[in-house]
Design a protein around this ligand. Structure first.
Ligand SMILES: [Zn+2]
Ligand SMILES: [Zn+2]
Length: 263
């Protein structure tokens, strides 16, 4: 299995996940032109994309979905509840491009399990994507770590997970009070510390990579997110377990290098 974030944060999110030259995209919150350019950067042919899976209906996750699906003639996968919200927002697709999914399905030769996150959208999901050689846990846009997140995110080989804000920066920052409440609330976004506490429960000796994603431009920096998570993990009981673990931050507008979990 290989993966890369193509863009990450409130200005747009997309994650490429593939195996054996068959790929899927998780969300598509940036313009088609940029998606295609960013795929080019990581040497992934757009022709290997077999579908787009939607985590929730916020525009930073879906604003490029309709255009990309129409251009590449690929299907879109979302729950029935999310389709109620998507219909108006992504424009017309051919009937065969609309796939209503349950909590478990297969795409591009990989198994995908959906689990609920806690977010102020109609519905919101994280994903565990399993190939023949690896498991990738993806969870952004959650105000708290849900029971379902704990159940599904144990012992993955890699993670793309939200480290949205530094709590102090958020409360001392420029956001109006209602927005501070929203971001830090149970249906908002995960702080660096909340995520680190989740990782302590999830990581095991097989975990190779953690990509910190969906960082707030205003209330976080890549340096603060990385230092906070690394410090908490270093001081925790799992320190010895994760000798081969590498942690990095997802860039906001461009891809990080393609991470190949089979090598
Ligand atoms: Zn988002
Ligand atoms: Zn959201």
């Amino acid at each position: 299995m290989y993966f890369a974030t193509l863009a990450s944060g409130s200005s747009g999110n997309a994650i490429l996940v593939g195996q054996n030259n068959r790929s899927l995209m998780v969300d598509c919150g940036i313009a088609t032109k940029r998606i295609l350019a960013n795929l080019d950067v990581i040497n992934i042919a757009a022709g290997q994309l077999e579908g787009i899976v939607i985590t929730h209906e916020h525009s930073d996750h879906i604003k490029g979905v309709g255009t990309l699906a129409r251009k590449l003639k690929i299907p879109v996968y979302a729950t029935a509840g999310l389709w109620d919200e998507l219909e108006d927002k992504i424009g017309t697709l051919r009937p065969e491009q609309k796939n209503i999914i349950g909590r478990s399905f297969e795409l591009a030769g990989m198994k995908i399990n959906l689990f609920a996150t806690s977010h102020d959208s109609r519905e919101s999901y994280g994903l565990k994507i399993i190939s023949h050689d690896a498991a990738l846990g993806i969870a952004t846009d959650s105000g708290m770590i849900t029971e379902e997140m704990h159940r599904h995110l144990q012992g993955c080989d890699a993670y793309v997970v939200e480290a949205n804000h530094d709590v102090e920066r958020l409360w001392q920052g420029r956001y109006p009070y209602h927005l501070k409440k929203r971001v830090s609330g149970n249906r908002g976004h995960l702080s660096n510390v909340q995520l680190a506490e989740g990782l302590i429960e999830w990581l095991d000796e097989n975990t190779k990579k953690v990509v910190l994603a969906h960082l707030s431009e205003e209330n976080n920096t890549p340096q603060i997110a990385l230092a906070t998570v690394v410090d908490i993990l270093r001081d925790s009981r799992i320190r010895r377990k994760c000798q081969s673990l590498k942690i990095r931050v997802a860039p906001r507008h461009c891809p990080h290098e393609l991470i190949d979990l089979s090598s």
